[in-house]
Write a protein that binds this ligand. Structure first.
Ligand SMILES: [Zn+2]
Length: 183
């Protein structure tokens, strides 16, 4: 309490600072910017030129999904023509080619189909602890992939009941959804 909340940028900055100090020290001793990968120990080379990427994705067709998420609802689209349900939502039906599909709210409980623990993370996820991702089948017949709020994979097994919760992802501070085992 009373402590300033660390922003995502603070976390990246401190992680990057440590990383660059490490590579600099390796470069000093080896003469080239070569260093071992933290997990595998395999040799890596740091290109000394820098590039910063921010991903911008067009969501105009599915913006209702994000507006609903911020209000605590998980939406899918449903084709009135052939009854197919789509999650992640699609506005055009790949099956019967109908367009402008309408929205439905999904159930919040389903069964765990499978899961995996992510130890080797994509670079843009490197500031998170190891996490578990699972696929849950809903009564509507759609699968929803999301993080599972459980650190210990031995506590999970396919077929168990899972409940979806809409949460704020930290430190990014935006709404997303995750699965919670129902005990
Ligand atoms: Zn259709």
């Amino acid at each position: 309490m009373g402590e300033e909340k660390k922003t995502l940028k603070d976390m990246y900055d401190s992680q990057m600072k440590q990383f660059f100090e490490f590579v600099e020290s390796m470069k000093k001793s080896l003469g080239v910017p070569m260093f071992p990968d933290m997990k595998s120990g395999r040799a890596q080379y740091l290109d000394q030129r820098e590039i910063t990427l921010k991903f911008i994705i067009s969501i105009e067709n599915i913006k209702d999904f994000f507006n609903a998420l911020a209000e605590g609802k998980l939406l899918a689209t449903k084709c009135e023509n052939c009854n197919e349900i789509y999650f992640p939502p699609q506005r055009d039906c790949p099956k019967c080619k109908a367009s402008g599909l309408g929205w439905i709210e999904l159930s919040r409980e389903g069964e765990l189909v499978t899961f995996t623990q992510i130890n080797v993370k994509p670079y843009s996820f490197s500031h998170y602890d190891d996490y578990i991702v699972g696929i849950v089948r809903l009564p509507e017949g759609v699968n929803v992939t999301a993080w599972i709020r459980e650190k210990d994979p031995t506590k999970l097994k396919p077929g168990m009941k899972m409940r979806l919760e809409i949460v704020k992802r930290e430190p990014e501070d935006y709404y997303t959804y995750e699965w919670v085992p129902v005990s």
